[in-house]
Design a protein around this ligand. Sequence first.
Ligand code: LMR
Length: 400
Amino acid sequence: VFAAVVQAPEDPILGVTVAYNKDPSPVKVNLGVGAYRTEEGKPLVLNVVRRAEQLLVNDRSRVKEYLPITGLADFNKLSAKLIFGSDSPAIRENRVTTAQCLSGTGSLRVGAEFLAKHYHERTIYIPSPTWGNHTKVFALAGLSVKTYRYYDPATRGLNFQGLLEDLASAPSGAIVLLHACAHNPTGVDPTLDQWEQIRQLMRSKGLLPFFDSAYQGFASGSLDADAQSVRMFVADGGECLAAQSYAKNMGLYGERVGALSIVCRSADVAVKVESQLKLVIRPMYSNPPIHGASIVATILKDSDMYNEWTIELKAMADRIISMRHQLFDALRTRGTPGDWSHIIKQIGMFTFTGLNKEQVAFMTKEYHIYMTSDGRISMAGLSSRTVPHLVEAIHAAVTG
Ligand code: LMR
């Protein structure tokens, strides 16, 4: 009965890992998926995560009962504080409702389903380019997806004028997806001054901000600095949505732990919104898994563990920054044609190299370097050991 099912293509990002795994070459490097690797090229479990897990295992009072539909209450409170700030008036005034969801993707999807059912404007504007999964998450929830200009290939920076023009001509009330920090795939973020202009324009037009915060702590190494954009929008008293992921900043990729927060105008509205979120979640996956959220809550509520986390997080962010410098210096030393300064200007996990599809295919075929076809490389997957090989591949691709 399924004979007519056609073969689907691999996912543009996760499919890169599938291809990498099949390659027997000893020199292969996976710079596709945004997943942190050590200098030795190994996945990293944070020490603080191991400590938290140990505490959880030793606590015999812990059981495996279902969580409530919106997840672990402690986790939700602490997650809202982490992104909005511990002194956030919106939290104090009980105007925020938070639901533990399946990492960033699940949080975006629950938010999208909620908006499709309960928000009057069905159009969402996403940046061009953006994370490959955004279009599908929002379209499959029933929203109409449009793009706003974001990246300027000529400057390899932000097309701020284009962004303002596109948001200015969006229908009033439209939803706008914003990357809270460390824009994926470009590594290009607005400055604080530009964020303020975006905020004013969006509020004057009644556009609804939906933040995707997948890299808090990874852009600058500071959890507070990386949440500034979100906090600016919350400080003005208006509504917004925020999807948080702990995949990268706590290295909890496979635990699928994240949160959706909806900031409302009043506590009364927040209660009703929460009741509807439950109706969205229950038929999708009933309630979220307990383990990852328990790890996060254990770390966030203990000041000693929280400090250890920030130190480990900063070390990951610093290693990525040092990789940027090593790659940039090595390309310069090699005399590879082109201005590679964007490698050190862009921030977060990725560099948007400017390499085209054909060059990427060449590097994969000839050098076993795996990356997404848009020319994005995960700096987190690079190490001092693999920089020379990558430089040879880039050099050959641009001079060949
Ligand atoms: C990425 O962009 O590589 C990550 O966000 C992983 C993913 O789920 O695509």
